[in-house]
Design a binder for this molecule. Structure first.
Ligand code: FES
Length: 105
């Protein structure tokens, strides 16, 4: 958890519940070397952010973009029904960070 001091890319996303997430990426040769997240939302976003940034490390940008909310939920062994959208928030934030990496700041 946290932010990178010199991220190569950064994604922000506002979930439908009003919670926000930020994901910072360090990228070398199109591969994610480090990922950190910040979240101001529920406890489930902390679990989602922490698992998702772990999953993104060492993946290519293309692979990271393809991680789905379902894959994240499987890795987390599920979430309560009223928190399924928290996984979506984390995945959308990572996708925004990948778009930022591809399109540049
Ligand atoms: Fe908003 Fe979990 S309740 S992200």
């Amino acid at each position: 958890m946290g932010a990178l001091s010199h991220p190569d890319a950064q994604g922000h996303y506002l979930g439908k519940c009003g919670d926000r997430m930020q994901i910072d990426l360090q990228i070398v040769d199109g591969r994610i070397l480090d990922a950190r997240f910040l979240a101001d939302g529920c406890g489930a976003t902390l679990a989602c952010g922490s698992m998702l940034t772990k999953m993104a490390c060492s993946k290519t940008l293309e692979q990271a973009k393809q991680i789905s909310p379902d894959e994240l939920l499987i890795a987390l062994d599920g979430l309560p029904d009223d928190h399924l959208h928290c996984a979506e928030l984390a995945v959308m934030t990572l996708r925004e960070a990948v778009i930022d990496a591809v399109e540049g700041h």
